[in-house]
Design a protein around this ligand. Sequence first.
Ligand code: SF4
Length: 115
Amino acid sequence: MKRRNFLLSASGLLAGVVLYPLRAFASEKKDIVALDDPTATALGYVHDATKTDLKKFPKRAGAEGATQFCNNCMFVQGEEAEIAGEEGKWVGCQLFQKKVVNSKGWCNSWTKKPS
Ligand code: SF4
């Protein structure tokens, strides 16, 4: 392979690797984290943070807890997007690779996004 062709191929491969995670968050219903996913269950993930079981997950209790949502968590990834037929907006999360969570959702791993 000529050097120029090699460089073009390598840059195309690199672009594919960089762009893949963005495509992985493409908004389809099947990409939504299932509430019975073992990780979601263990972390108490809910699509609507106001439905968090506060007895099990007191971290979200009180005025401070009420401000916690996926969209202000440091583990959120990518841009929020709508999904046809689903309420709200959806976004990637580092804990749920290739799946999206509701931007107004919550789980016990919530950590404030640095400002
Ligand atoms: S880690 Fe953060 S963004 Fe991911 S589900 Fe939990 S609260 Fe939401």
